[in-house]
Structures are given as structure tokens and as C-alpha cells.
Design a protein around this ligand. Structure first.
Ligand code: SAH
Length: 349
């Protein structure tokens, strides 16, 4: 973020920035409230600010944020937003309705460098990290568009949140601020492909969020093939830091496991996984992989998923199958951006 990026500033920073520009401090409180409490993202709509101040602010502190470029609603009520970001390109987020409220899946980067073989985010290539304000605007605009109060956040959209560490930490501070959206840290999940040093850094912050780790394989042979990050931080190293994390924070880790037919879904894989996770404060989320045109992977059959789950449970590991929402609108990470980029290049949609 730059030092004029108002949407990424805390109230304190905003007040100081205003003071340096000879703008009265109380104006910062007003602007902060408009943005983070009323979700107003244009100075022109901040009606209690004098017109001259509004134009001064737009010049000195432009509101850097996403703008709505598309919206799809699935038959089950899941909404997918496509946003254009400053400088071009697109990010997406998905809003899912549950019994307990609405949950939003937020993108943290434009594209992704991690290279997971089954993931659409990788195919479009990595462009850049998102600023805290851009991430917040994904949520604010979604709440305005859907009229739903968003109560839960999962950082599981495009990108690797721990590769954008400082911006994501600032985003978390702002979105949990009681003067802003005031979302409880306990209602936030952060998902990583397994960047071990950053997990250790996160651990030190003792946040009450849920850490999700995309495991997707029980051993290095399989994980090396589908997740390049494993060649840098292998499964042993990753599970060690996860154990440390649960010991330090007393928070249960959630392991994501995308079931890829014939790749990672055998009985042997389930047994190996159970033996490695046994005794750990954790839960395994099994997800039949969402098919991506460009990738060869197919989801495991229902019987395979059931058998795999049973082996884990009998092996003493908590495991459930994730309900699939929004699959008729390409609601898996990177799919919608991919579609948009292809159509702009004149490809088939
Ligand atoms: N980079 C982070 C967060 C983004 S992806 C991470 O790797 O965890 C969110 C989750 O969706 C990850 O578990 C990811 O592995 C999974 N995912 C990606 N593509 C998928 C697909 N086609 N089907 C099912 N899950 C997928």
C-alpha cells in the first residue's frame, strides 16, 4: 500500500495523514465511518463533508478499491462477484448462505504463484498482491450488492494469503475493528498451501482465526506432483509447524483435502493420512475437486469419498465432506477470472 491509500489506513493513521495536510482530525473519523461502517466508497456520497474537502480528498487520497464488473447467482443462492481492480484485471469473491449467516470467500492476490496443478488461479498467471483496502472492498461491495450481512470470512479465493502477509494482517485488523464491520476473528478462516515460515510468523500473533492448510496428499511423492510448494516445504516440515501451531494457540487446524480421482483417494492414502494426523488437534475437510477445463483432474466418486472418510474416522481423525455450493457458476477459485480473460482474448466462453 502507498501512504495515500486511505482505504488501507487505520483511524489513527488517517488522522495523522489528515493533520499533515492541514485537514482537521475529526474529518478522519467521519471518513473512516463512511467507508468502514456505512460502506460508502465514493467521496461524493459523504454528505457531511464540504464539497471542497471532498475534491481535495479525492485528489490527495484516492479511494483505491475494486469495482463491480459482474455478478452471478446460483440456484442454491450462492453469489459470485467479479470485480475489476485498479490497473486492470479481475478478482472474484463468492458469497455463500448458511444457516448461521453469510460467508464470503475473499481473494488476496490477482492470480497465484503457487502453481497447484488442479487450481484455476494458477492458470491465468500471477499479476500482483491486493492491498488491504482492495480486499475490504470485495466484502463491502458484496454486502451492498446482495443486501446480506456478512458474518464470516474465508481467505480462500484467488491467491496465497501468506504470500501477501503484511497486507493480509492489516486487512484482518481493519475488518475486525469495532468501528468498522466488526467481524469476530473467530469467524475468519485463513487458508494456506503451506508456507512454513509465514505460518510460524502467524502463530506469534496468536490470532483467534481458524488456520486452514491445503494438504491434498498424504506423502511427498503425491504432494510434489500436485503442489510445487511441497518441494520447498515438505509434508514433514509442514505437519511439524502445524503441531507447533496447535500447541501454541490451542486452535484446531483445518486440513483441506481435494479428492482427485485415482491420484490421492485410495484406501492406502487414507490410512497414511490417518496415521500422520492421529492425535493432532485437527479436522479434515474432504472436497471432491471442482473440475477445471484446463486440468486433467476429475472428482472422486461418492463411494470413494465415503470410504476415504470412514478410514480417517476409524483411524481417529475427524473428517467431513464439504457441501459443494455454487458449482453451476464456476465458484471455485480463479474460474471466473479465467473465463473473463479468455473472452477478452476472443476465446470461447
Ligand atoms: N492459496 C490458498 C488459498 C486459496 S485456494 C491455499 O492454497 O490454501 C482455497 C482452497 O481451494 C485450497 O484448499 C485449494 O487447494 C482449493 N482448490 C483450488 N482449486 C480447487 C479445485 N479445482 N477444486 C477443489 N478445491 C480447489
Amino acid at each position: 500500500m502507498t501512504n495515500t491509500d486511505i482505504m488501507s489506513m487505520t483511524l489513527q493513521e488517517m488522522s495523522e495523514a489528515f493533520e499533515e495536510n492541514s485537514i482537521q482530525r475529526f474529518r478522519a473519523r467521519q471518513v473512516y465511518e463512511w467507508i468502514h461502517s456505512h460502506l460508502v466508497l465514493d467521496y461524493d456520497e459523504m454528505l457531511n463533508l464540504p464539497k471542497s474537502l471532498r475534491s481535495e480528498l479525492s485528489e490527495k487520497f484516492p479511494i483505491i478499491r475494486c469495482s463491480v464488473s459482474g455478478k452471478q447467482t446460483a440456484s442454491d443462492g450462492t453469489v459470485k462477484m467479479l470485480y475489476e481492480i485498479p490497473g486492470g484485471d479481475y478478482v472474484e469473491c463468492v458469497i455463500m448462505k448458511y444457516k448461521y449467516g453469510s460467508s464470503i470467500c475473499v481473494s488476496t492476490e490477482v492470480g497465484c504463484k503457487m502453481g497447484c496443478a488442479f487450481c484455476a488461479s494458477t492458470i491465468g498467471g500471477f499479476k500482483r498482491r491486493l492491498t488491504p483496502g482492495e480486499m475490504l472492498s470485495e466484502i463491502y461491495l458484496a454486502q451492498k450488492e446482495t443486501g446480506e450481512r456478512i458474518s464470516h470470512i474465508v481467505l480462500m479465493g484467488m491467491g496465497e494469503p501468506l504470500d501477501n502477509f503484511d497486507n493480509v494482517m492489516r486487512f484482518l485488523a481493519l475488518v475486525t475493528d469495532e468501528k468498522g464491520l466488526n467481524i469476530s476473528m473467530r469467524n475468519i478462516s485463513l487458508s494456506t498451501c503451506g508456507l512454513v515460515p509465514q505460518i510460524r510468523e502467524l502463530m506469534k500473533r496468536r490470532l483467534q482465526l481458524t488456520l486452514s492448510v491445503s494438504l491434498h496428499a498424504p506423502n511427498d511423492t503425491i504432494r510434489n506432483k500436485i503442489m510445487p510448494v511441497n518441494r520447498i516445504h515438505n509434508i514433514g516440515e509442514l505437519l511439524d509447524v502445524c503441531r507447533e501451531y496447535t500447541a501454541q494457540t490451542s486452535r484446531r487446524i483445518s486440513f483441506e483435502y481435494a479428492m482427485l480421482s485415482g491420484v490421492n483417494d485410495s484406501d492406502d492414502c487414507a490410512r497414511e493420512l490417518a496415521s500422520k494426523l492421529k492425535g493432532m488437534l485437527c479436522h479434515v475437510n474432504l472436497i471432491p475437486v471442482n473440475e477445471v477445463d484446463e486440468s486433467p483432474f476429475r472428482p472422486s466418486s461418492r463411494e470413494r469419498v465415503r470410504a476415504f472418510t470412514e478410514i480417517l474416522q476409524k483411524g481417529g481423525v475427524n473428517a467431513t465432506v464439504r457441501r459443494k455450493l455454487g458449482s453451476d457458476i464456476d465458484a471455485s477459485c480463479g474460474q471466473l477470472r479465467l473465463k473473463r480473460n479468455k473472452s477478452e482474448k476472443g476465446g470461447n466462453v
